[in-house]
Write a protein that binds this ligand. Sequence first.
Ligand code: AMP
Ligand code: MG
Length: 314
Amino acid sequence: MKLIRQVNKASIKFGGQLLAKGNLVAFPTETVYGLGANAKDSQAVAKIFAAKNRPSFNPLIVHLSDQGEAHKHAVLNSSAKALADAFWPGPLTLILPRQERCEISPLASAGLDTVALRVPASAAARGLITAARKPIAAPSANLSGRLSPTCAEHVANQLKRKVSLILDGGPCDIGLESTVVDVSNNIPVILRPGGLPSEMMEQAIGQKLLQDTGNGTDIKSPGMLVNHYAPSLALRINAQKPRPGEVFLGFGKDAINADLNLSPTGDLLEAAANLFAYLHQLDSMPAKGIAVMPIPTETIGWAINDRLERAACR
Ligand code: AMP
Ligand code: MG
């Protein structure tokens, strides 16, 4: 494994070549770090499932360099086009029917007749995809079920023996995974809250969005298993104060005695960006568990609470 600390022309070109040859490359995006492989190459895609120990029924998000590419692989209806126009590049994943001649590996779709597409905003990610000249399948660069990585060290801790390259672009701006919206039918449905708040999408398309974030047993979005995004320590949410032996993750100005504070000023965007890094940090402390203060549920707070609830469920 090679860790390159600089995202520049040379490292992007090198990463693109590795991807085109069927290797795994971990790279930064604005949401979290991705574990990338050429989405057209089933053997390369299979390496992702093996490296993450990811169940093969859980499909991957395929990343594209621009919106025009999407039409080669999938069929976009009017809501899909409106959302893509408004929010690509950005933290939005669209579930779309596969084109008849779609060349993306069926393994990336886990055998479904839909494909998950996203155009990331991060310059490093788009540069790499452009350099590879391929669609890039990339789930979060962590072991299946564990916390997502928001910096290169998180990736190295879990996957360093399994990837050819980790491209270090510093901490991720948003720090939470993309919002996943199923637009394969007439009515768009949010399958996973994420970096793009639902309020913004509803405003852009002038339509209320349905939500189906799963009950952990149906597999509408197979990645939304109840127990997911989990630290090793037990996690307790909506805690006003820690119990003996617990470390305490605070939010806002009332968080006295917190070991870490997601945002002392109560800024939800700051809290999202810090969430996984702080959970990684607290998880490595000699404690019995992690207690987390209540976080408001508006805008990106919905996604923060979604991740915390899944992390708390074991
Ligand atoms: P990640 O592993 O963080 O990249 O998450 C990808 C998410 O998108 C998971 O929740 C997947 O189950 C979901 N997903 C990907 N492809 C599809 C699809 N074709 N249909 C429904 N959900 C999908
Ligand atoms: Mg993931």
